[in-house]
Design a protein around this ligand. Structure first.
Ligand SMILES: [Zn+2]
Ligand SMILES: [Zn+2]
Ligand SMILES: [Zn+2]
Ligand SMILES: [Zn+2]
Ligand SMILES: [Zn+2]
Length: 341
């Protein structure tokens, strides 16, 4: 227990001003993060240690855990949950229930959340369930002018979540994060969650569909259609519209003009992080090096070598400008988990 998963904001710029022991030139660089497709990313920090507690002995791999997460959860409690009026850890108030958007007028006393808005266990449960069902992975206050984010611990405590509700909430949170970070996708044939074992192979076999159809069933990890084409392609299958948006960005992005770096020309303005493959842009200021906000590795934007290898900051690299990348590096899963959890 006690592990934390930190995820990044889907913003255009992430500041790296809190990394001690880094090269002083790169410490305060703003890194522009380009994502080829906009998709909602979790922003908050919450517990993932429940991964283990969810694996009953008969289940072993993560795939079975995920499958378990995706089972329908029946977690509604009929009875109204009420605060214990003698609970000294709660701050009670009179008046409206700020999260009671359906005007259910719950019986419980109202208590204050950390942001100062009042809730009852039922109104808070309903609000947070609504957020989860919308695909959110952070719990934000429902009041218009309040941007407060509540921790999962606070929600558990203040919503008096039952064990079933807690399980449902954790399942929802975990399966979403897992989908974002663990390279899990739904098989187009049977919709079950599939985890890719060969990270650089787009052609993925679904064991469930293969067993059902009594012949190998393979789909394309990129276009999520049944695999088309006879051999393995590294960047696409033969289905129409199957292409790698990131490679397209790398191929076509304009060249960068550094403000303070001398003697470098023809360097593309977007690079895939050599460690994790995240697309990054350089803000043109200061030195050539950048720190990837996802994997935290520092590399030279021009020659793509680790800064410790390139060792030049404001002048041309010894090995010159690395050509446009035609391959997106894949993050080693062990490495990724170590950094994220
Ligand atoms: Zn609030
Ligand atoms: Zn399938
Ligand atoms: Zn494809
Ligand atoms: Zn990286
Ligand atoms: Zn370099």
């Amino acid at each position: 227990m006690g592990h934390k998963l930190t995820t990044e904001e889907n913003t255009e710029s992430t500041s790296n001003n809190d990394t001690p022991g880094r090269n002083p030139h790169t410490e305060r660089r703003n890194v522009t993060v380009r994502r080829p497709r906009a998709r909602p990313r979790p922003r908050n920090v919450f517990r993932t240690a429940q991964v283990n507690s969810y694996a009953p002995s008969r289940r072993t791999g993560l795939d079975t855990v995920l499958e378990y997460f995706e089972e329908e959860a029946s977690s509604t409690t009929e009875q109204e949950k009420c605060y214990d009026p003698n609970d000294p850890t709660l701050r009670f108030v009179d008046g409206d229930d700020d999260m009671d958007f359906l005007c259910q007028d719950y019986k419980s006393r109202r208590a204050l959340m950390s942001c100062g808005h009042s809730v009852t266990p039922m109104s808070l449960t309903n609000w947070c369930r609504h957020l989860l069902d919308k695909g959110e992975t952070i719990f934000v206050c429902g009041q218009k002018d309040c941007n407060a984010e509540w921790s999962f611990d606070e929600v558990c405590k203040m919503a008096l979540l039952t064990p079933e509700e807690t399980e449902y909430f954790e399942k929802q949170l975990f399966s979403r994060v897992a989908k974002d970070y663990l390279d899990v996708k739904s098989c187009p044939g049977c919709k079950s969650s599939v985890i890719r074992t060969e990270l650089d192979n787009l052609r993925v076999r679904c064991t469930i569909c293969s067993a059902d159809k009594l012949k190998p069933y393979e789909f394309c990890w990129q276009c999520l259609k049944e695999w088309k084409g006879s051999s393995q392609y590294t960047d696409r299958c033969l289905n129409d519209g199957c292409f790698n948006a990131s490679l397209e960005v790398l191929r076509t992005c304009p060249k960068i003009k550094f403000q303070e770096v001398r003697g470098v020309s023809g360097c593309p303005s977007i690079r895939a992080c050599p460690t994790c493959g995240m697309l990054l842009g350089h803000d043109k200021t200061k030195c050539k090096n950048i720190i990837c906000p996802r994997c935290k590795d520092e590399f030279c934007f021009v020659c793509l070598k680790p800064s410790t290898v390139c060792k030049t900051y404001f002048t041309a690299c010894v090995s010159g400008v690395a050509p446009r990348q035609t391959y997106i590096p894949v993050w080693n899963r062990q490495h990724m988990l170590k950094r994220l959890i």
